[in-house]
Design a protein around this ligand. Structure first.
Ligand SMILES: [Zn+2]
Length: 126
């Protein structure tokens, strides 16, 4: 959650110097999980709010697709609140589903946007 400071942001939180969110799973463990699932034809749904959580998930999906290209798997990223265009393009290349949860917009998108460092504010997708 951006409000709680748990979402991982590449540029950190403006009101909490040095804080970049809280990782949930070590990258190597996630990569292995994605590879195993993809190889057996199962899709992975990873929850990622901030760009620093989305980027390694997209990278893991890309690696799995390149390693096992014959598998027609569509992985997902749930929530996907902060996602710059470069990451969206990479997701599109492998048909990764962006499971954006627009219901959170009702809570006030501008107050959420204010939590972000200025360069990430245009990339809020709630
Ligand atoms: Zn969520």
């Amino acid at each position: 959650m951006l409000e709680a400071g748990s979402a991982q942001l590449s540029l950190g939180y403006p009101d909490r110097p040095g804080h970049r969110g809280i990782p949930v799973m070590p990258a190597g463990e996630f990569d292995e999980l994605v590879d195993r699932a993809h190889r057996s034809g199962r899709a992975v749904a990873a929850h990622g709010i901030g760009d620093a959580a989305v980027a390694p998930a997209v990278a893991a999906y890309e690696r799995a697709h390149r390693r096992w290209p014959a598998r027609p798997v569509r992985h997902r990223i749930e929530h996907l609140e902060v996602c710059p265009p470069e990451l969206l393009r990479r997701m599109h290349a492998f048909d990764v589903i962006a499971s954006i949860q627009t219901v959170f917009s009702a809570g006030g998108i501008e107050s959420t946007r204010a939590l972000l460092p200025a360069p990430l504010r245009p990339h809020l997708h709630t």
